[in-house]
Design a protein around this ligand. Structure first.
Ligand code: ADP
Ligand code: MG
Length: 699
């Protein structure tokens, strides 16, 4: 029986409504349920004595209520103190509660509760624990009926709770007992655990399981699944790549032998500096790809400031010279605009017209831009995601250039690729990223992808000096800003907040602006944040670029790509809360000219060890590759690849950093399958990735 052909609705308790919600988790079949794996586990198999609780622990505990009262400190809450036999106390706090609950928690009640232990004002505390009252004749130290296995916590979606998910997986596991799930890996792969056993163990680990081994991925059941998942991902990337490579693309060959300089040569000749060896080498890689007649799929990695934009421009020149149009896309308006400026400066003197498309254009402007692109008058179109929209038609798109790729979703990239297809040709694709992909990841995620690395900075750049300073010394830093401005330099002040909310971020930036103008009355200041009108942002950036202002107070919207070579000092607030790669990107806003530049990481005191590590790494090195590798170690692969933002293609169970020792085996198995069992490829991909193609950037 093929479990992938059995609909979830056949499971007990799953009706059409549930099925609809499950669909959001990409669960349609029984097999999908079985491969929807827990994120982590809770241990409700043991009752832990209050005296043995520690902060951060999620635990089941019990005690007798010794006090229960309503508090009114700012906000109404119910505080209930429970105590165990040896007098250890735990506070249970509720911000939402009703009379019945209050009644249940009266003094003398015996309570068993489960929750995360936090440090409270007086004693350890659980906020909104799950709780139940135990009858006097029940021994509270015995775990609840039916909790002989660890409690799995699943990825869920709105309206579908853990409890339902547990019931659904329970039902699927009962089916699995009598049915069999197809083994898709070759027989040679055998680590002593069958796929069926592995699934049983991971969904319902028995209380005696080696939990550490399970959580750290050392458990054979986990390894069995990880191996299969990584193989499926690798095969999928290869598959997509092969499909694309089979298609036909424009043959773009440099310069006819007319004796005249090609457009690319003219472009390079017009620059006030020679290209670096690394830039020239990467342009050669691109030239070779473009001449082949199959779509190029090249990823250019280069640290911040390595000069990727010019490489992109050279590629564009090659395509334009051969009679094709080029689309240049950036993830933010500020960045797109900057590309527009660079490309206009470089190409317009050579007689090449640049089109401009962004989200909010006036109706007439938009119509004109679209028309000019459709008629082929604009040879190069620069823009944001607006370039992806359906009403954008090219006359003959031959090359798309995507900057800072990890911010775009796979569908957007694919839809742009389709734009060239009308003429039967698939556009070449060049992707540029300043977040280098660590070698570890490159091995699997970018299986066999064509990569070029700009591993050299333009000459004359000085390493940026990075210092970490506690926020208590803020005034000193403000003085430093004043000094830099006095020397004719420009300064960035970046306000960061952990909250996603753009409003909060904007407020923080506005407050800082007020504070800084108070202390720096002579400075000319600009403000840029996400809540501002596009035209206001443009205006502020423009003023800063033209050195009409000295200080730019901004949120992290300026993270990528902004280029103002005269800026030599950047202050980053709350640096302790930010990821390494993001800090490195922000820091890369300075050190772009020949002046000695500095980066000040302001932090709140009381740094965690991890924050200390991150800041230490940044102070020690300016090498984006080292930083990316370290970032991966500290954060895990999903975040480094930027999949958290786009929300897809996270691994269900694998963790590239944790499991990297499996990678050579993954490659071997994938090759064996491709060679001897190609019929397994699609079932494997389907099982682990569904219809989604992986979110791996340049595929
Ligand atoms: P990134 O790789 O971060 O996108 P940019 O393309 O924005 O870098 O280039 C950073 C700065 O370096 C720009 O001001 C650009 O004009 C300059 N630049 C690029 N290539 C060279 C070079 N070969 N020599 C000197 N300056 C260069
Ligand atoms: Mg750039």
């Amino acid at each position: 029986m093929d479990l992938s052909s059995i609909a979830v609705t056949r499971l007990k308790g799953v009706g059409p409504k549930q099925a609809e919600k499950l669909k959001r988790l990409k669960i349609a079949s029984l097999q999908d349920v079985l491969f929807h794996l827990p994120l982590r586990y809770q241990d409700r198999t043991r009752v832990i004595a209050i005296g043995n609780l520690a902060t951060g622990l999620e635990a089941l505990t019990s005690g007798v209520v010794v006090s229960c009262e309503q508090l009114y400190r700012g906000r109404r809450s119910l505080q209930c103190i429970i105590e165990d036999r040896d007098g250890s106390q735990l506070s249970l706090r509720f911000f939402h509660f009703n009379q019945k609950q209050q009644q249940m928690l009266r003094v003398g009640s015996r309570v068993r509760c489960f929750g995360e232990v936090r440090r409270g004002p007086r004693q350890l505390e659980m906020v909104h624990p799950e709780f139940q009252i135990i009858a006097a004749n029940v021994d509270p130290s015995v775990a609840l009926e039916g909790e002989s296995s660890l409690t799995p916590i699943y990825p869920v979606t709105e309206g579908l709770h853990q409890l339902s998910m547990r019931k659904i997986t329970e039902a699927a596991l009962i089916n699995l007992k009598s049915a069999d799930v197809k083994e898709l890996l070759p027989d040679s792969v055998n680590n002593g655990v069958s796929l069926k056993q592995a699934l049983m163990t991971v969904h319902r680990p028995q209380a005696d399981v080696d939990l550490d081994a399970l959580l750290e991925g050392r458990h054979p059941a986990v390894q069995r699944l990880v191996l299969e998942e990584l193989v499926a991902h690798r095969l999928s990337v290869q598959q997509i790549r092969n499909d694309i490579k089979k298609q036909t693309a424009a043959v773009i060959e440099p310069g006819v032998a007319s004796g005249e300089a090609t457009l690319c040569e003219q472009l390079l000749a017009s620059l006030p500096f020679p290209l670096t060896g690394a830039q020239l080498r990467v342009i050669d890689d691109i030239k070779r790809d473009l001449a082949l007649g199959n779509p190029m799929l090249r990823l250019v990695q280069g640290d911040v400031g390595s000069g990727k934009t010019l490489v992109a421009a050279a590629a564009a020149a090659l395509a334009v010279d051969a009679g094709y149009q080029v689309a240049v896309m950036a993830p933010t308006e500020i960045l797109a605009e900057q590309h527009l400026l660079s490309f206009s400066n470089w190409f317009e003197p050579l007689g090449i017209k640049i089109g401009w498309l962004k989200g909010k254009l006036g109706a007439k402007q938009k119509r004109d831009a679209l028309e000019s692109i459709a008629l082929g008058q604009s040879r190069i179109a620069v823009g944001t995601h607006a370039l992806f929209q359906q009403d954008v038609l090219f006359e003959n798109l031959g090359l798309t250039i995507v900057d800072e790729q990890h911010r775009f979703g796979v569908h957007q990239r694919l839809s742009l690729r389709e734009k060239g297809v009308e003429g039967g040709l698939v556009p070449h694709q060049l992707t540029m990223t300043a977040t280098p992909i660590p070698r570890t990841l490159a091995m699997t995620a970018y299986a066999d992808l064509d990569c070029s690395i700009i591993d050299e900075l333009p000459p004359g750049r000085q390493a940026i000096t990075t210092v970490a300073i506690p926020n208590t010394r803020r005034l000193e830093i403000i003085e430093r800003v004043a000094a830099a401005i006095k020397e004719g330099r420009q300064v960035y002040w970046v306000c960061t907040l952990i909250e996603e909310s753009e409003t909060l971020q904007a407020n923080a930036a506005e407050d800082t602006l007020v504070e800084l103008t108070e202390h720096l009355p002579a400075a000319r200041v600009s403000l840029v944040h996400g809540r501002m009108h596009a035209s206001e942002k443009e205006q502020a950036m423009h003023l800063f670029k033209e050195h009409e202002t000295d200080l730019l107070v901004a949120t992290t919207v300026i993270e990528v790509g902004v280029d103002v070579p005269n800026a030599s000092l950047i202050i980053i607030e709350n640096a302790e809360r930010m990821g390494l790669s993001q800090l490195h990107q922000l820091r890369g806003r300075v050190g772009r000219g020949s002046a000695q530049s500095s980066c000040v990481l302001l932090y709140e005191t009381g740094l965690s060890q991890r924050a200390r590590d991150r800041i230490g790494t940044l102070r020690e090195t300016n090498d984006g590759f080292l930083i990316a590798e370290k970032d991966l170690e500290l954060r895990g692969a999903g975040e480094v690849l930027g999949t958290r933002q786009t929300g897809s293609a996270q691994f269900k169970i694998a963790d590239l950093m944790r499991d990297k020792k499996l990678l050579p085996q993954v490659k071997e198995i994938s090759d064996e399958i491709t060679l001897h069992y190609p019929q397994q490829i699609l079932p494997l991909i389907g099982r682990w990735l569904g219809d989604e193609s992986p979110e791996y950037g340049n595929v």
